[in-house]
Ligand binder design. Structure first.
Ligand code: PGA
Length: 245
């Protein structure tokens, strides 16, 4: 099965010209490019194969929400996917599970595909694969809170989960593929049990590079990757894409 690769540029690059250059280089099948809002329209114009994502979204109501962008606005500029609940937004902007669950609902209702990010904050890196219990509990609780009140029967197919252990994001210390696969298997199992057969794609994110991508992407449980830092280097991202195909 083809893997999904999401290029999360975060608050980069500095110029529209550079965004367009990067988008051209990453315009590949199975890729979703997530530029900052301000570059969405410019990037959309040059994409032929890749899809477009927002890095965040607000709610559909109230309209009096200064500084925010609604799901319908994103759709209008050709966005198909949106990242919700990224750990950087939880940490830097103070997004709560309550707000995240509302965003997930608003975006799905508007017809966007949602990439919901979850992941534990810390892990005892000396612990073995079989001792993922604490992390699993944390992720389970986060999923339940973030999907609260959602009618997954109607929207389940548009939901994607990104498992991103926070300690692995931007640190150069990725999870190991075996334990990421185990966590992802667990996420699939609890969603399936709790939400009547819900079977979303689950990606791994956290310091994925050209060097380590194969270890993650060759695992059958891992349906793709959310790539941050390495997606800002076109050559490196292309290597990750080659592995994913
Ligand atoms: P990273 O970021 O690849 O730079 O660790 C991943 C992410 O935050 O989505």
């Amino acid at each position: 099965m083809n893997k999904l690769l999401i290029a999360n540029w975060k608050m980069n690059p500095d110029s529209a010209a550079e965004a367009v250059r990067l988008a051209r280089a990453e315009d590949l099948n199975g890729v979703v490019v997530a530029p900052p809002f301000i570059f969405l329209e410019r990037v959309k114009k040059v994409l032929r194969r890749a899809q477009l994502a927002g890095q965040d979204v607000f709610l559909s109501e109230p309209r009096a929400a200064t500084g925010e962008i609604s799901p319908y606005m994103l759709k209008q500029v050709g966005v198909g996917y949106v990242i919700v609940g990224h750990s950087e937004r939880r940490r830097l902007v103070g997004e709560t599970d309550e707000l995240i669950s509302k965003k997930v609902q608003a975006a799905l209702k508007a017809g966007l595909k949602v990439v919901l990010c979850v992941g534990e904050l810390k892990r005892d890196l000396r612990s073995k694969i079989y001792d993922l219990r604490k992390a699993k509990n944390f992720v389970k609780k986060q999923l339940i809170k973030d999907l609260k009140g959602l009618n997954l029967k109607s929207y389940g197919l548009s939901l994607i989960i990104a498992y991103e252990p926070v300690w692995a994001i931007g640190t150069g210390t990725p999870d190991n593929p075996a334990s990421a696969a185990e966590m992802i298997k667990y996420i699939k199992k609890i969603l399936n049990l709790r939400y009547h057969g819900l079977n979303p794609r689950v990606l791994y994110g956290g310091s994925v590079t050209a060097k380590n991508a194969a270890g993650f992407l060759r695992r059958p449980e891992i349906d793709g990757a959310l790539v941050g830092g390495a997606s800002l280097k076109a050559g490196e991202f292309k290597k990750i894409w080659t592995v994913s195909n």
